[in-house]
Design a binder for this molecule. Structure first.
Ligand code: PMP
Ligand code: GLN
Length: 397
């Protein structure tokens, strides 16, 4: 038989699926894959249930049901002062995952270069390559995740068509500052290219950190494709409803990419997400306050157990350094052992790096879980560490 698609054959199963399967196998508490173990707002879920039963279950309009496009536009105006035409500048997709691919498809030709920032989300690199484009990787490193401005500038050149980046950033918990965004905007303008902005964690910021869409910076309105996710904004990750806000000049191609990927997204869920986006400011403030408290709970617990806990200003995730625990192996071995022995699952941060020589002693924990589960996970890790300490002392003594 002839070989199948070479790129897909060479791509492994995503780390999130691998670690969730391992967690199930070992009945471990899953602090790996980023999904809440609680449901989203009841009124939103109920709106979806009602919408299933009111007889509107056929294909919705390709770019999204009007009420959701209007809600996305209103949300942009309310939170970011962006004026958006709901009929010409919003495309609803089946999750941010589809949105990312649609935006890349909308602008990249084979041979075009696309700047990507490591640590990177798992779909970015395979999709850029599948489109025949050339990734240019720029690395952020723990513990501070500073933007290496010279390297970033050097990654842009005459063939650059786009940059794709994520803020608030998974797994770094970094929220790009106004100054960093201005630097990126300068490069995008100087090189006459586009920006694909993965902003799925836009409402999950902590300590007063403010999420700023690149699209709001001067000169960026026509160049940005801004991606949101109902999964993250309403703690309903299985729903897979994403939304792209972009200029009317870019929206037609984005829509044509969507037309070729899924064409539409379930109308009932779209209508419920429209209800969600219209919720009052207290909902959005409450969402981040709720997660900030969980971040604090897990961060304090992990620090007490001896992990090197990195700062997290946004997202669902805490990155930790496992060397202070006396762990001499790499992050992959740590996560495997933690699952098998402590019965707690985390994600090795090397999974977010594609280039050689990435840091290999950092591990990501998701804190979007019930407090009892976070506490139980900490107790299990504590017992495991105590057992390892005792075993070491016995071997030495
Ligand atoms: N981008 C990032 C950075 C993510 O962490 C996720 C996680 N789900 C996605 C995109 C995909 O979002 P969705 O579930 O809406 O497809
Ligand atoms: N975004 C989630 C995470 O980073 C996982 C999503 C997925 O499993 N594809 O954990």
């Amino acid at each position: 038989m002839q070989p199948q698609n070479a790129l897909l054959s060479a791509t492994g199963t995503t780390i999130f699926t691998v670690m969730s399967a391992l967690a199930n196998q070992h009945q471990a508490i899953n602090l790996g894959q980023g999904f809440p173990d609680y449901d989203g707002p009841e009124d939103v879920v109920r709106a979806a249930a009602d919408a299933l039963l009111d007889g509107r279950n056929q294909y919705p309009p390709m770019t999204g049901v009007p009420e959701l496009r209007q809600a996305v536009a209103a949300h942009n105006a309310r939170f970011y002062g962006l004026e958006v035409d709901p009929n010409a500048e919003v495309v609803v997709t089946s999750g941010a995952t589809e949105a990312l691919t649609a935006c890349l498809m909308a602008v990249l030709n084979p041979g075009d270069e696309c700047v990507l920032i490591e640590p990177l989300y798992d779909t970015y690199l395979p999709v850029v390559k599948l489109l025949g484009a050339v990734p240019r990787l720029v690395r952020l490193s723990p513990p501070h995740w500073d933007l290496p401005r010279e390297e970033l500038a050097a990654a842009f050149g005459p063939k650059t068509k786009a940059i794709l980046f994520n803020t608030p950033m998974n797994p770094a918990g970094k929220v790009f500052t106004a100054d960093e965004l201005a630097f990126i905007a300068g490069l995008v303008q100087r090189h006459d290219c586009y920006a694909i902005c993965d902003e799925v964690y836009e409402h999950l910021t902590f300590d007063g950190a403010k999420h700023i869409p690149l699209m709001t910076l001067p000169g960026m309105r026509q160049r940005c494709m801004r991606i949101g996710s109902a999964g993250k904004t309403f703690s309903l990750t299985g729903w897979k409803v994403g939304y792209i806000t972009t200029d009317r000049g870019l929206a037609p191609n984005v829509a044509k990419a969507h037309q070729n990927l899924t064409f539409t997204t379930p109308p009932n869920l779209q209508r419920a997400v429209a209800v969600g986006l219209a919720k009052d400011d207290a909902y959005f403030a409450g969402l981040s306050a709720h997660l900030e408290q969980k971040r604090d709970r897990l961060a304090a617990g992990l620090a007490r157990l001896g992990f090197g806990v990195l700062e997290t200003k946004g997202s669902y995730f805490i990155t930790t350094d496992v060397r202070p625990l006396g762990w001499n192996g790499d992050d992959v071995a740590f996560c495997r052992t933690l699952t098998e022995e402590a019965k707690v699952t985390a994600i090795p941060v090397t999974a977010f790096y594609a280039s050689e020589g990435s840091p290999d002693h950092y591990v990501r924990f998701a804190f979007c879980k019930g407090d009892h589960l976070l506490d139980e996970a900490l107790a299990r890790i504590e017992a495991w560490l105590a057992g390892r300490g005792a075993a070491k002392r016995a071997a030495a003594g």
